[in-house]
Design a protein around this ligand. Structure first.
Ligand code: 6GU
Length: 231
């Protein structure tokens, strides 16, 4: 997969060099390029923002540098993602959809956002999605994009050594995951549930499913409604 990121803070993305995703980059499974939006300006001050038409607080990103950046990066097969608290909600299903794409382009907005014409223009050239991490406000899209790339990247074959570890985690089956335990069997007076040490795989699977239902009902009852999982 090819990933292009356009940002005024390219240094934010240094963390992509470490950990699992760093290895995926080194091995060529994921090819990431980070572009400084200011490299697409032509004035002495490398201006990327201006005051909003109609008034209001803050600054809006001007369309011209975005237009040049996107023209140099996007083609008809690209999926362009603008992180925004006003976008559709990012979920595990979104991550799976994006992991199936060949080319993702992330456009990180700052200030009060990007001139709407940039999103409208990009929509005439490629598939565009405005995506939000959740119902809270970040200062810009950079941290959100990092989270999306991590969620998407680990679903690409070869990025995670043990692909089976992907199947049983929170959200993959619409439920939160069951609690995990390892050695020792007793620690500071706290014991591992005996069923996990009994070797009865049917009983273990049933116990884990029960735990998933109990935790999901208690912490995230909204998930039960959406997934249609029967209690
Ligand atoms: Cl994607 N961007 C910003 N700026 N704030 C957010 C967000 C995204 N998702 C939640 N809050």
């Amino acid at each position: 997969m090819r990933i292009d990121i356009v940002t005024i803070f390219p240094e934010f993305f240094g963390v992509l060099d470490v950990s699992l995703l760093g290895k995926a980059r080194t091995s060529g499974i994921i090819d990431v390029a980070v572009h400084d939006l200011r490299d697409f300006t032509h004035d002495r001050h490398r201006t990327v923002d201006d005051t909003p038409y109609g008034g209001g607080a803050g600054m809006v990103m001007r369309p011209e540098p975005w237009g040049e950046a996107l023209d140099s990066i996007v083609d008809a097969g690209s999926t362009v993602i603008f992180p925004s608290p006003a976008g559709e909600r990012f979920t595990q299903a979104t991550a799976r959809e994006l992991a199936a794409e060949q080319h993702l382009v992330f456009g990180c907005g700052r200030y009060e956002g990007i001139d709407q014409r940039v999103i409208d223009y990009a929509s005439t050239k490629a598939t565009v999605r405005e995506i939000s991490l959740g119902d809270y406000v970040l200062n810009g899209g950079e941290v959100a994009v990092m989270a999306m790339i991590e969620a998407v990247g680990r679903l690409i074959p070869g990025v995670i050594g043990n692909a089976a570890s992907l199947d049983e985690e929170s959200h993959e089956d619409g439920l939160l995951e069951y609690p995990s335990y390892t050695k020792p069997p007793e620690w500071r007076g706290l014991e591992v549930p005996p069923v996990l040490m009994g070797g009865n795989h049917g009983a273990i699977a049933a116990w884990r499913h029960e735990q998933q239902l109990e935790r999901t009902t208690r912490v995230r009852p909204d998930l039960l409604g959406e997934s249609g999982v029967a209690g």
